[in-house]
Write a protein that binds this ligand. Structure first.
Ligand SMILES: *Cc1c(COP(=O)(O)O)cnc(C)c1O
Length: 419
């Protein structure tokens, strides 16, 4: 049976090879071992040379993690994947593998907060320049490319601006300039969008969010589409990796040069939890998307709510792109909305009883946060405004509870906010 021919809903459950060594277990065991014994000196030597797929040492690879890697590569229809300790590990290793001191890259300006800090404060220390552009403005993106540019970076759905760039159009622009396109697909998940199929070259996820889905595991993944040619004029440093691994040169570079030396290993227990979560990804996403659309519509009708930002609304500037790119399945499960001011936001959050107040998203539970005073507290007001972070803004990650209970909790908290 060709697993890639199975439907997505089946592949989230059955999309990895099971080993006979697991005694019929339907999930891989947690291989809780720091290193693996080898029978002969010859075999360990061959394994170090990359000529077997055996395991050596946990920081390098682990059999439990490898099953998750196979599953995630399959879901994104990529050529290979490496899981890492967190989404940020996946982002920083990917960028470090693509960049050298003095290089530049172009990034959509609508970014997850830690990614933004990495791209600005941290990379600056190493002589790397990021050029931020509005990801909806292709002319600005093209103008930002020069001889030192090494890649273009985007989020499928910008967090928390909720903008949806046109991946096919941007990948064409990138490829016309001999550049790869890297996409953080955390907010869309492969259920809603498979960026590699519409032109992206590398996909990243924080598996901490929807892929694991239960707020109980940390992880990230880098998935290599395996199609980018890494032209020698712009990527001379890729030659040894191409010679060694052919179309998986980038994944080999990320793994060999960065992941194993920075030590960003995912503990196999987290891979195990993530695999349990993945089994229900398609089912959860269906409900997440339905609940998010309904909650956005519910909020829009509430007089105290001054605005709601969600790509599912027809008057949202990204609505058409999102509809096309996400195949009509939905518009994501994150939304933002405005109340009167910051004090009203605080009172609203303090009166919620069901919706959890915490810094996460993509959990099966509905989550709320006031980004302005938390994740973005160290940013100045101009920066916050450019990222669409306002004092009167609430961010909601809509979960999979009965939507009537989500509505009731919001209504009850707003009533108490007003009194
Ligand atoms: C959470 C998140 C990350 C970072 O992932 P961690 O697992 O927390 O390191 C990166 N990108 C996006 C879009 C996220 O939501």
């Amino acid at each position: 049976m060709d697993k890639q021919k199975l439907k997505f809903e089946t592949r989230v459950i059955h999309g990895a090879s099971m080993s006979e060594d697991w005694l019929g277990s339907t999930l891989p065991p947690i291989f809780q071992t720091a290193a693996h014994k080898h029978d002969t000196a010859e075999n360990l030597s061959l394994t170090f040379a990359g000529k077997t797929s055996d395991h050596i040492y946990m920081r390098l690879s682990n059999p439990t993690n490898r099953v998750l890697e196979e599953k995630l590569a399959g879901l994104e229809e990529g050529a290979g994947a490496v899981v890492m300790a967190s989404g940020m590990a996946a982002i920083s290793n990917t960028c470090m593998a693509l960049l050298r001191a003095g290089d530049e890259f172009v990034s959509g300006s609508s970014l997850f907060m830690s990614t933004y800090i990495l791209f600005t404060n941290i990379f600056k220390k190493y002589g790397i320049t990021v050029r931020f552009v509005d990801p909806l403005d292709l002319d600005a993106m093209e103008k930002a490319i020069n001889g030192k540019t090494r890649f273009i970076y985007l989020e499928t759905i910008g967090n928390p601006k909720m903008d949806v760039p046109d991946i096919a159009a941007i990948s064409k622009l990138a490829h016309d300039h001999g550049l790869p396109l890297v996409v953080d697909n955390t907010l869309a998940t492969p259920y809603l969008c498979q960026p590699l199929k519409i032109g992206a070259d590398v996909v990243i996820h924080s598996t901490t969010k929807y892929l694991s889905g239960h707020g109980n595991a940390s992880g990230g993944v880098v998935i290599d589409g395996g199609n980018f040619p890494w032209p020698e004029n712009r990527f001379p440093d890729f030659k040894p990796f191409i010679d060694r691994k052919g179309n998986l040169a980038f994944l080999d570079k990320v793994w060999r040069e960065h992941h194993i030396n920075f030590g960003t290993t995912q503990a196999p227990f987290h891979a195990y939890l993530t695999m349990i979560g993945l089994d229900t990804l398609a089912l959860r996403m269906e409900r997440h998307l339905e609940n998010a659309m309904a909650t956005a519509a519910f909020l829009k009708e509430i007089p105290e709510v001054t605005w709601v930002r969600y790509p599912g609304f027809e008057d949202n500037p990204c609505h058409e792109t999102a509809r096309r790119q996400f195949g009509g399945k939905g518009f994501g499960a994150l939304l933002t909305f405005g109340l009167k001011d910051q004090a009203a936001c605080f009172r609203f959050i303090n009166h919620l009883e069901l919706i959890c107040h915490l810094a996460n998203l993509g959990d099966c539970k509905t989550l709320v946060i006031h980004p302005y005073s938390t994740q973005y507290v160290s940013f100045d007001d101009k920066m916050k405004a450019s990222l669409s972070i306002f004092p009167e803004m609430i961010r909601l990650s809509v979960g999979i509870e009965a939507k009537e209970d989500i509505f009731d909790d919001i209504r009850r908290a707003l009533d108490k906010t007003n009194t």
